[in-house]
Design a protein. Structure first.
Ligand code: CP3
Length: 354
């Protein structure tokens, strides 16, 4: 396997010294890039793009050709796992993801099997190994999954939701059913992430996009507990290096201490959190990733640069910060603004790493 030429991202996650703050963007391969839209059109639709390892590799590399990013992220989706469990994932134009067969009853949950990552999810593994080979050591490759709670919201609701009515009803009225689902998902995700590492992923991230919809106590019971189970079961060393694990609960700013206790290496922060405060609270335990509001990329470039400078100053001196957006980049962002953002992080951060 090719030697890693730029390991700033892996080093920062382990709080080892770096020359400047590494940066990547959540959803960096996506619709804000015209070349992504062209490749997706070539594939036909989004899931066909995910299932074609050559095209999935192509779109993973597209943002790296434009920008000096410090990491690549596997092009796939968190919903491949429920799809592999037999729910029938499809995307309705303008409506986001949907499942043909939601699992909103205990009988449906009982029938679910844990998918074999090398079989039902073999196309993802093929994408991982292809991307790792094509990266040729340029930057590390991030593998990822959704958290059990976040995956369960889509599986029980049948798609995206604003109110989480069905799953919250299940959580409070039929908790045993939901725990059975979350437990199967934790096992599925652990196997899936370990298979990504076996196929070449060098770092792992768990997206808990909807953990913030839970109450203080329900977050621990229905989301954090299952992320803990996953962290406990992950391969943490491969290819002669540590494989850092990052947990990201959107809206989880109040729970950083509890998240840091899981034994993960880093926490992703959304833009509601003051990164200086987060560092004081958990910076002795974990690295931090984030946290510019993705909508800031709509601002004029000098305003973006000012925001970058404030976040860098907020984190302060030394390693342990991976710059990122607080959530995914929006599809109508001007790619030039994304480029100015990445340049600003590198140029302005050298002073914090002397
Ligand atoms: O970051 C990357 O470049 C890697 C690819 C990636 C995608 N989805 C591609 C994608 C990653 C890491 C994800 C994760 C994902 N998917 C999450 C967690 C992160 C988050 O945003 O909170 C979630 C909740 C999903 C579920 C999902 N997939 C939704 C809600 C949608 C529709 C979104 C929309 O804007 O329409 C998707 C589809 C999806 N996944 C797209 C991409 C690039 C857009 C699909 C398209 O090309 O039409």
């Amino acid at each position: 396997m090719a030697e890693l030429k730029n390991d700033r991202y892996l080093r920062a996650l382990l709080k080892q010294p770096v020359d400047m703050t590494p940066v990547w963007m959540m959803r960096q391969a996506g619709r804000y890039l015209p070349e992504y839209k062209a490749t997706r059109a070539q594939a036909g639709d989004f899931m066909s793009l995910c299932k074609n390892h050559e095209l999935a590799c192509e779109v993973t590399l597209q943002p790296l050709r434009r920008y000096e990013l410090d990491a690549a992220i596997l092009f796939s989706d968190i919903l491949t796992v429920p799809d592999a469990m037999g729910l029938g994932l499809y995307f309705e134009a303008g409506e986001g993801p949907r499942f043909e067969r939601p699992t909103d009853t205990i009988d449906a949950i009982k029938k679910l099997a844990v998918p074999d990552p090398e079989d039902e999810l073999g196309y993802v593994m093929k994408a991982v190994s292809t991307i790792r080979r094509e990266l040729n050591g340029q930057v590390p490759l991030i593998g990822f999954s959704g958290s059990p709670w976040t995956l369960a919201t889509y599986m029980v609701e049948g798609g995206s939701s604003k109110t989480f009515e069905k799953i919250k009803k299940m959580a409070y009225a039929e908790p045993a059913a939901l725990h059975m689902l979350l437990d199967k998902l934790a096992d599925s995700v652990t196997l899936y992430l370990n298979a990504q590492v076996a196929n070449g992923a060098q770092s792992l991230m768990i997206f808990d996009s909807w953990g913030g919809a839970l109450s203080h106590t329900a977050y621990r019971e229905f989301s954090l507990r299952y992320m803990q189970k996953i962290v406990d079961g992950l391969t943490r060393f491969a290819d002669g290096r540590q494989v850092p694990v990052t947990l990201f609960t959107k809206g989880g700013g109040l729970w950083l201490e509890a998240m840091a206790e899981t034994g993960c290496d880093a926490l992703g922060l959304d833009w509601t959190v003051d990164i200086a405060d987060a560092r004081r609270r958990v910076g002795h335990k974990v690295a931090l990733q984030g946290n510019m509001d993705p909508s800031m990329l709509y601002a004029p470039i000098p305003r973006i640069e000012e925001e970058v400078s404030q976040i860098l100053a907020g984190y302060g001196e030394g390693s342990g910060h991976v710059f990122n957006l607080g959530h995914g980049i929006h599809q109508h962002v001007d790619p030039e603004h994304a480029g100015a953002f990445i340049k600003a992080v590198h140029a302005q951060s050298k002073q914090y790493h002397k």
